[in-house]
Design a protein around this ligand. Structure first.
Ligand code: CDP
Length: 241
């Protein structure tokens, strides 16, 4: 996170892409894009492009992993080799295993797992293009895909990050800000109750900065939540209404 003299804020306080400190990158969400999946979502968030597919609840493979009391969730975050400037090595990496674990745990908080004992719900997210904030984009798309699959949940899961650039708290860091900023702080919430289901951090905040960053990220997530709901309503809109 060393900044080699790159200015991330101009004299008017605008960011490299012209955003204000508390502005999100443009986001578009479309639910129901894969025919063979039970639920799916395509999401663009700034320069990120992700595709999520949900399969299940279905038979657990291998069988001995089945839980007699609840569904098993499998979450696979995958960075496509062509999604980043320097080709990403195919297959799981430490990073993708970590992201998959924390994202799965976030979704497990929302899904009514006990309604589907002895089954498995597979959530696959492919990052087609990456430009910082892919874990948030992936998780946000995954929860729309789960809802599209009709899997009962307490609420959608909505992810968004805040960070610190040039000593200021900023919403939703882009690539240069992630590389040369001072901190990145992705969170995910269940928006109706604002219960936090994922929280990670790279860099340092003071106690005051942490409070501001949390508020900033939650405000961002609440905006993303509206877009998730809109995508689902669009998907299930009855013609003529
Ligand atoms: O994507 P996210 O911010 O959730 O995770 P990160 O590990 O902080 O990665 C930040 C960004 O670095 C990614 O979004 C990619 O744009 C980039 N990256 C990369 O270029 N090559 C990798 N092997 C991994 C990440």
């Amino acid at each position: 996170m060393k900044n080699p003299g790159i200015k991330l804020l101009d004299e008017n306080g605008k960011r490299l892409d012209g955003r204000g400190l508390k502005e999100l990158r443009p986001i578009t969400i479309k639910a129901g894009v894969l025919d063979r999946a039970d639920g799916s979502c395509y999401l663009e968030w700034g320069g990120n492009k992700v595709l999520a597919g949900v399969y299940g609840p279905r038979e657990v493979i291998p069988r001995h992993l089945a839980d007699p009391l609840k569904a098993r969730v499998v979450y696979r975050y995958n960075l496509a080799p062509f999604s980043v400037d320097e080709r990403a090595r195919p297959g799981p990496s430490r990073r993708s295993i970590e992201i998959s674990k924390v994202s799965r745990e976030a979704l497990e908080k929302a899904i009514f797992l006990e309604e589907f004992p002895k089954t498995q719900i597979d959530v696959y997210v492919e990052v087609l293009e990456a430009e910082a904030g892919t874990r948030c984009a992936a998780l946000t798309a995954a929860s729309v895909a789960l809802a599209d699959a009709g899997i009962p949940m307490r609420d959608l899961v909505t992810a968004c990050a805040a960070g610190k650039i040039e000593g200021k708290i900023a919403l939703d860091l882009m690539k240069e800000e992630d590389n040369y900023g001072e901190a990145d702080f992705p969170i995910a919430i269940m928006p109706r109750t604002k219960e936090i289901v994922l929280m990670q951090m790279d860099g340092n905040f003071t106690r005051e900065e942490l409070t501001e960053a949390l508020e900033t990220a939650i405000n961002g997530a609440m905006q993303v939540y509206e877009l998730q709901k809109k995508a689902l309503k669009e998907r299930y809109k009855i013609e003529g209404e």
